[in-house]
Design a binder for this molecule. Structure first.
Ligand SMILES: C[S@@+](CC[C@H](N)C(=O)[O-])C[C@H]1O[C@@H](n2cnc3c(N)ncnc32)[C@H](O)[C@@H]1O
Length: 234
């Protein structure tokens, strides 16, 4: 006869296993197999980068754009004075391609930073406020993305889109709630593409300062959510 305690443990293990299964399946199922083509999303307007950390992603993309690199505006949240040598060097390299670099830009205030209707692609890689304290009872990163989408919507061009890359895990999917945030900010359900870090030579992900835990592990998968504004019908 199986002792009561062992039965309870087996039941607990079963429940834990089922919960793990649910968590594993909760990560975002990709809508397409191909990574998002950042360079192809530039038409005649601007490509803007928000929350760039050390500017290495903006530089990796801009260096593939040839003459169109002059239409890049790369921004960091932090003011220029706090940036280290690597970031300053990337700023210099971006400027030498003809791109613009701006410091101290809040992604939630895009409408006061960029011209109305001027942005073909707005990019925010791994948005993270570096705090877990809820804001309005929501994860603060959900609020950051919502502020970003609401403000950037006004400056998008006719074919303008927004690309946001995050870790693809049940934890992040729950925290960001991208479909919900899109619906509340006037966007269609975002299309989920795989993001392959190694495709961008020189890109060195920078974690948010003050955020105790590294947000990225070696075996993490990443997903780029591509948002298109809903067309208003009269
Ligand atoms: C995890 S880091 C990623 C940095 C960079 N995008 C990368 O991929 O290496 C998150 C970034 O979000 C920025 N951030 C936080 N709040 C922001 C805001 N309101 N507007 C713009 N950037 C913000 C931080 O300064 C930090 O650089």
């Amino acid at each position: 006869m199986i002792p009561q305690k062992s039965k309870a443990r087996a039941a607990y293990n079963d429940a834990a296993f089922r919960m793990l299964g649910t968590m594993l399946t909760l990560k975002r199922v990709l809508d397409v197999k191909t990574p998002f083509d950042f360079c192809n999303a530039l038409y005649s307007g601007r490509m803007v980068f928000l929350g760039e950390g050390n500017l290495s992603f903006a530089y990796a993309v801009a260096s593939r754009l040839g003459g169109r690199a002059s239409r890049v505006i790369a921004t960091t949240f932090e003011e220029g004075a706090v940036h280290d040598d690597e970031t300053q060097a990337n700023a210099t390299k971006l400027r030498s391609l003809g791109a613009k670099v701006r410091f101290g830009v809040d992604a939630g205030r895009c409408d006061s930073e960029f011209l109305l209707g001027s942005v073909d692609l707005a990019v925010f890689q791994f948005p993270n406020v570096g705090s877990r304290r809820p804001l309005f009872r929501r994860n603060p990163n959900h609020i950051l993305v919502k502020r970003f989408l609401k403000s950037v919507r006004n400056v998008l061009s006719k074919n303008g889109r927004v690309a946001i890359t995050v870790v693809n895990s049940s934890h992040y999917d729950g925290a960001f709630a991208m479909d919900e945030v899109a619906a509340k900010s006037g966007f269609e359900k975002p299309v989920a593409h795989p993001f392959i870090m190694e495709d961008f030579s020189g890109y060195s992900y920078r974690k948010t300062k003050l955020d105790g835990k590294p947000a990225i592990e070696n075996d993490d998968e990443f997903v780029t959510f591509v948002f298109k504004p809903k067309v208003l019908r009269s």
